[in-house]
Design a protein around this ligand. Structure first.
Ligand SMILES: *Cc1c(COP(=O)(O)O)cnc(C)c1O
Length: 242
């Protein structure tokens, strides 16, 4: 068994344990493998291990890798796997066309202008772009994300755009000193998520939160999509960007 396969087994075991303690169905939590800085062959190995959804932070790196992974998986004549690519990094307006063209999801929407451009630039032949709004749930000063106060208006405006489909919220809270504090922050994100469905008439199904260090607290707090980099692919500090 390869290291990446072993890592997936460990993460799936962590997800099962966290769901058991939170009295949740393990199928209610999806795993996004965050492949930023890791090369295309590592992604191909993850696909061979059964993983199908990948996250990238940097647009140019992500687009090069999407092409490289497609070439690798075709060359190896593996059965056709539908791979889903999520853009999870901060977005600039000059990159929206590339993102709208190459990605399936964007989780880092934090202002209307970006969402409008993505909707206008999404190719007509492609499915609507699946999007999440990034919310700054704990008020971290140097974090991107819309404030909870501005969230309902932004969610309504994004939900009305024709070529986007608003799926939910994404957050990256600051690390907390203990499990209970971390759960509290994640539950606040879940409260905002439920409020959009119950008070704003939206039908959101995705709450993207939890990384390698805090996936247990995120699952206890209601996460439906955890984003895992290092616990799948290894230590980023030992790799060169590529
Ligand atoms: C890098 C990154 C992750 C994955 O973090 P790990 O600590 O490697 O699991 C998840 N979400 C976002 C937005 C990231 O930038």
């Amino acid at each position: 068994m390869t290291t990446i396969e072993e890592n997936f087994q460990k993460i799936h075991a962590r997800i099962r344990r966290a769901c058991a303690s939170a009295h949740r169905d393990p199928h209610s939590v999806r795993l996004l493998a965050v492949s930023k800085t890791f090369p295309a062959p590592a992604v191909a190995e993850a696909i061979a291990a059964g993983q199908s959804a990948f996250g990238e932070n940097y647009v140019q790196e992500g687009i090069a890798k999407i092409a490289a992974v497609a070439a690798l998986t075709t060359a190896s004549s593996r059965p056709e796997t539908a791979v889903e690519w999520h853009c999870i990094g901060p977005l600039q307006t000059n990159k929206t066309r590339l993102v709208a063209t190459h990605f399936d999801w964007v989780q880092s929407i934090d202002r209307l202008k970006i969402a409008q451009r993505l909707s206008e630039q999404r190719p007509a032949h492609a499915a609507p772009l699946q999007v999440c709004i990034q919310v700054n749930v704990d008020g971290g000063a140097n974090k991107s994300g819309v404030s909870p106060a501005e969230l309902p208006a932004l969610a309504q405006a994004v939900a009305a755009l024709p070529r986007l489909r608003l799926r939910g919220l994404m957050c990256i809270p600051e690390p907390q000193a203990d499990f209970a504090l971390a759960c509290g922050v994640f539950k606040e994100a879940q409260r905002l998520f439920h409020a959009l469905n119950q008070q704003q008439g939206l039908a959101l199904d995705t709450l993207s939160m939890g990384m390698s260090e805090d996936l247990e607290a995120a699952i206890a707090g209601g996460s439906t999509l955890i984003r895992i980099g290092r616990a799948v692919f290894g230590d980023r500090a030992l790799k060169t960007a590529g």
